[in-house]
Every structure is written in structure tokens, then in C-alpha cells.
Design a protein around this ligand. Structure first.
Ligand SMILES: *[C@@H]1O[C@H](CO)[C@@H](O)[C@H](O)[C@H]1NC(C)=O
Ligand SMILES: *[C@@H]1O[C@H](CO)[C@@H](O)[C@H](O)[C@H]1NC(C)=O
Ligand SMILES: *[C@@H]1O[C@H](CO)[C@@H](O)[C@H](O)[C@H]1NC(C)=O
Ligand SMILES: [Zn+2]
Length: 321
């Protein structure tokens, strides 16, 4: 009897342990083989068919001319950034209620709850999660909203419960250090050292609004598709909106994240870096593009113009004058 019971009891205990690990978020990570993205498949929904991020192929996208500018309300309010926290995986900013998102293709009004970022390792090692025609940008900002202001634990159970706005950040010398957007990001990164270790949080008394951080990004040019959270449990609950117009920031902003933030509770712990999930299969999903990205005809006319240019150049080359 005992010889049967011992393995049976052990199995049950191990199953329970395994279960509690994944339901509490699990010991997942980005940069170590034993807990990195390849091991996430067994956690939550991470092995599903509607996962994020993806590489967006502009030529495979479908124009939806009804997708106009997204309607952002309250984003200009400079008192909405409440608290900043180092989660050990990213830096997360909690937002006060009152910021709302609506627009075509969103079945309801969505309330912004928080924002966080993904990055690589400075300007030379980009770390956006989504890529467009395989281009990866320096960083990616995610503003997380829930449908009708549900709490996140309820929202992840609804296939359209969460709307994330994704904005690329590009470290560039062109971002004039006196520009308003650059100033807002420089102000924002001053908070990072206060939460340099994992689990540290700090109230923000900031005078920056989300709109200050977005700058002049064109809100009419974006891709839209259905996907998931990009971290375990990878819930398939997200309507993604990925803006194509990157926010240009000074290179020092991009450098600040991996250099100021630690992934453990020790000030000498490993930096948070390369915290982006690898690209997921698009499967049979469709990616829509907004009116601001133009019609197939404009793609066609661009290629026609190029062809014309090429033939004129080769004509010129064959008849030297
Ligand atoms: C934008 O959203 C606000 C708040 O939900 C709403 O009052 C307003 O009518 C919307 N504007 C447009 C153009 O949809
Ligand atoms: C989320 O909201 C639901 C419904 O209002 C409530 O029952 C639940 O306890 C809330 N969960 C959390 C974690 O606050
Ligand atoms: C955004 O892009 C669209 C399409 O290219 C353009 O018509 C519009 O003027 C731009 N808006 C701003 C605010 O730059
Ligand atoms: Zn994210």
C-alpha cells in the first residue's frame, strides 16, 4: 500500500504546487533559460492562438477607413499619474480614474488604469515588443485600459475586456532637448532612481500628463488587431492599437531604464533589460490599418512611382547624354 500511496501523494502535492505557481504569476522571467519566454507556454494562456506581440506586415494589413483618430479624454490632465512602481519586470505607473478612450472598433468606452514600458538595452539594442515590417524600435509604451472601468481581474475574462494603446519610443539625437516631449520624458525618468529596486513604489507629485508624454504623435495612424497580454498569464483579452508614428526621445531617456532599474531587491542586482516577449504567430488573424495609413491604392501608386523612376533611370543610363 505505502509504495502506491507515496508517489500518489507526491504527485498531488506537485500538481498543487505547480498550479499555485502559475496562478500567482509564476516564477517567469525574460533572460534566463529556466524561466524565459520558451517556458511560458505552460503558464496560463501563453500557449494560445491569439498571442501578442506580433510582427505587423504593412502590406498584409486591411484598410478599415472607419478607423479614424482615437478619442482620448482627460489625457491632458497633469494630476493623473499617481504612483510609480518597480515590478522587477518593468516600471508601472498607476493612473487615477478619469482618462478614457473610445473610437471606432472599440465596443465601449475604456478607462486607463496604468502604463508601463518595454525596452532592450539602450539605443544600440532596441526592445519594442511589436515590430512593423520587422523594424524594432527602442522602446514600447503600453497604456492599459479596461472596458467600462472594470477591474483588471474581471477584464481579463472578457475577450475584449482590455484595450492597450502601444506607442513606440525611438531614441534619437533629433529629439530636440528643448522640445516639450523630450522635456516631459526627461522629467519622467527623474523618478526612476526612487524605485530602482524591485517592489519599491513611490507617490508621484508629477506635473506631467500622458498627452505631454505622447507629444505630437499622430493619433490617426495605427494598426488594430486582437491579441493578448504579453506577460503571463497572457490572457487573450486585448484589443491592440499600435501607433506607427514613434515618439522621438533623447538617447539618454532610452539609456536610463536599463541603467536605473534593478530586477531584484538589491541595489547591485541585475538590471531590468530586454524585457520584451519574442514575436508570436499571427495565425489566421487579420490586422486592420486606420484611415490615416492610407488606402491600398496609395501603396500601389507608391510602387508605380518607384517603377517609373527606375525605368526612367535605366533609360537615362542606356542613352547617356
Ligand atoms: C470622446 O469621448 C468623450 C468621453 O467619452 C465623449 O464625450 C465625446 O463625445 C467623444 N468624442 C468623439 C468625437 O467621439
Ligand atoms: C473586481 O470587481 C468585481 C465586481 O465588481 C468584484 O467582485 C471583485 O472582487 C473585484 N476584484 C478585485 C481584485 O478587486
Ligand atoms: C496625421 O496623418 C494624417 C495622414 O497622413 C494626416 O492627414 C494628418 O494631417 C496628420 N495629423 C497630424 C496632427 O499631423
Ligand atoms: Zn506591456
Amino acid at each position: 500500500m505505502a509504495s502506491v500511496w507515496v508517489p500518489a501523494v507526491l504527485t498531488v502535492v506537485l500538481l498543487l504546487l505547480g498550479g499555485s505557481y502559475s496562478s500567482t504569476g509564476g516564477p517567469w522571467c525574460y533572460n534566463e533559460a529556466h524561466c524565459g519566454p520558451n517556458t511560458w507556454l505552460s503558464i496560463g494562456h501563453c500557449g494560445g492562438k491569439r498571442q501578442s506581440p506580433i510582427n505587423i506586415l504593412s502590406h498584409d494589413s486591411i484598410l478599415n477607413s472607419k478607423l479614424g483618430a482615437v478619442n482620448l479624454t482627460g489625457y491632458e490632465d497633469r494630476k493623473k499619474l499617481l504612483e510609480i512602481k518597480n515590478t522587477g519586470k518593468t516600471v508601472d505607473v498607476e493612473l487615477e480614474d478619469g482618462l478614457s478612450l473610445s473610437g471606432h472598433g472599440l465596443p465601449s468606452s475604456y478607462t486607463a488604469k496604468s502604463f508601463h514600458l518595454h525596452w532592450g538595452d539602450g539605443v544600440s539594442k532596441p526592445g519594442s515588443e511589436h515590430t512593423i515590417d520587422s523594424k524594432r524600435y527602442s522602446m514600447e509604451l503600453h497604456i492599459v485600459h479596461t472596458k467600462n472601468n472594470m477591474n483588471v481581474s474581471d477584464a481579463v475574462k472578457d475577450p475584449e475586456g482590455i484595450a492597450v494603446l502601444g506607442f513606440f519610443l525611438e531614441g534619437s539625437e533629433k529629439a530636440k532637448s528643448k522640445g516639450k516631449t523630450a522635456e516631459a520624458w526627461e522629467e519622467f525618468i527623474k523618478n526612476l532612481h526612487k524605485v530602482s529596486e524591485k517592489d519599491k513604489d513611490e507617490d508621484l507629485t508629477s506635473t506631467i500628463s500622458l498627452l505631454d508624454l505622447l507629444g505630437t504623435t499622430n493619433l490617426t495612424s495605427y494598426y488594430r488587431y486582437l491579441g493578448s497580454l504579453t506577460t503571463p498569464q497572457c490572457n487573450e483579452a486585448v484589443i491592440w492599437t499600435i501607433f506607427t508614428d514613434p515618439i522621438l526621445v533623447p538617447p539618454k531617456v532610452v539609456e536610463a531604464f536599463p541603467s536605473e532599474l534593478r530586477s531584484s531587491d538589491s541595489s547591485s542586482g541585475p538590471p531590468i533589460k530586454n524585457n520584451f516577449r519574442p514575436l508570436q504567430k499571427i495565425g489566421d488573424r487579420k490586422v486592420e490599418r486606420s484611415a490615416g495609413l492610407g488606402s491600398a491604392a496609395s501603396f500601389l501608386s507608391q510602387s508605380a512611382t518607384l517603377l517609373l523612376f527606375l525605368s526612367i533611370t535605366s533609360l537615362a543610363a542606356s542613352f547617356p547624354v
